[in-house]
Structure formats: C-alpha cells, structure tokens
Design a binder for this molecule. Sequence first.
Ligand code: GUN
Length: 282
Amino acid sequence: MTKIIDGKKIAEEIREELKSEVLALGEKGIVPGLVVILVGEDSASQVYVRNKERVAKEIGINSEVVRLPAETSQEELEKIISKYNADEKIHGILVQLPLPNNIDAKRIINLIDPKKDVDCFHPENVGRMMIGDARFLPCTPAGILELLERSEVAVEGKNVVIVGRSNIVGKPLAVMLINLGATVTVCNSKTKNLKEICASADILVSATGRAGLICEEMVKQDSVVVDVGINRDAEGKLVGDVDYIHVCDKTHCITPVPGGVGPMTIMMLMRNTILAAKNSLS
Ligand code: GUN
C-alpha cells in the first residue's frame, strides 16, 4: 500500500514544536524577528510572502514585510539590507527571489549578514553546509529531509536521484544527502538516459518545474518519490513534476502537490529564524 506523505500535517506538527521554542525564548526576553523584503509585483512571490507573514505570526515570530516598487535601485535596496543587518531585533533577513532584472541579486545576497541569512543562500553559509559545518540549512532541502525522517525513510546507503540542479533545491539537497551517507546522482531534464537513471533510484526527487516529466516507467517499484515541482496544468490546477495518478500506486511513499514539500519550506524558514535568534544569545 502506498503511503501518501502528508506535508501539511507534518508541517503543523513542527509549527507546534516551534511555538513552544518561541515561548521558551520569550522567557529569556527574546522574540525572534524576521524581515521579508519583496521587490516588485511577481504574483507567486506575493503569495509566498503573505504565507510567510501568516505562519510567522501563528508561531509568535515578530515579522515585518518590506514591499518595494519594481523600480527600486540597487543602492536603495542595499541601504535597506544594511539597516536590518544592524537591527538587533531582527534575527533573519529574507529577500524574496526572483529580483527585478535591474538588481544584481548576487551582490544583494552577499550583503546579508551571514548570521541573519535564514535562506542559507550566502556563500559563507553554502560553504559551511558543504563541509558539514552548517549554520543554517536551506529551507526546501531541509523540508525534504525532515519529511523523509518523519516518514521513517532512511537515506544512508540509499541511491538517491535528484532531477534539477538549482542553487535553491537540487545542488544543496545533493550536498546534504552526501553528508548523510546517501549515494547521490544529480540529473537535469536534458540528461541522457534520464529514464533509466531515475528508474534505478531508491529515492527520486524531482525539482524541475516541468509538469508530467516523471512518468510511471521512470519510477522503480516500491521506491520513494518526492515532488518539489509547482506547476499549473492546462486547466490552471496546481500540479508537481510527477505524473501523480500513474506513478502513485507504484511507490512505497510519495509526496503530493499541493500539500507535500510546499508547507515544509515555510516551516524550515521559521526554524532557521528561531535558530538565528538563539545564536544571537551566544
Ligand atoms: N523564491 C522561491 N523560493 C524562494 C526561497 O526559498 N527563498 C527566497 N528568498 N526566494 C524564493
């Protein structure tokens, strides 16, 4: 029997754990503070930012959202980040991506104080994660590992295939899995023999943004499938990268879209913000 991994329920469990952590910090006189900076009008980003604001509130994290027009200059944005770098009440700074084309995103990420880089995008934090000395873990990969752990899926010694090589999901997830003792293959949508490689996976993770890329013949019987894709089908319905209806019964367990990885990403951001607040004590 296939098990559907309920990301929404697991995220709610973590939310309750985080609420207790925030209460305990409150007794020490600390309220974790998060600022989310959104530049421009990207509609998906607006939804993500609203959700982050809502969940932060539920947990008791002090959250601020800075909404800036698309014409904001590099200099103005850098000034705002410098201000929050110096603000002791703010422990986490998140600049929502993508940024408008007139802004150099690399320079912006480099400017964020690594101790407040709750996305784990700063090169210092990426490097630390690489050598197994992580300060933060990036939110989506951390959410995936948490889902697997809480669903009692071990990764050590497993053959994991990741389709997608982004800096936000594919690459950091590969590093984290290597550090946990998995054997990792990273593919992309143009990989030769993609079908055969995917079909060899004990755990298959897809993060490409291509609806229906992962079809039944690419999935090994009784394997674990994690779908990180967020796409719209022809009818405008939210779907992942996996042809879920045909793949589902073949798997040991699978994450749905929506309600799989998505809710976990936000919760890991909250966890990082609380961690940043705790780290500020030492
Ligand atoms: N845009 C899409 N995903 C993310 C994320 O994890 N962090 C930020 N800052 N922007 C994003």
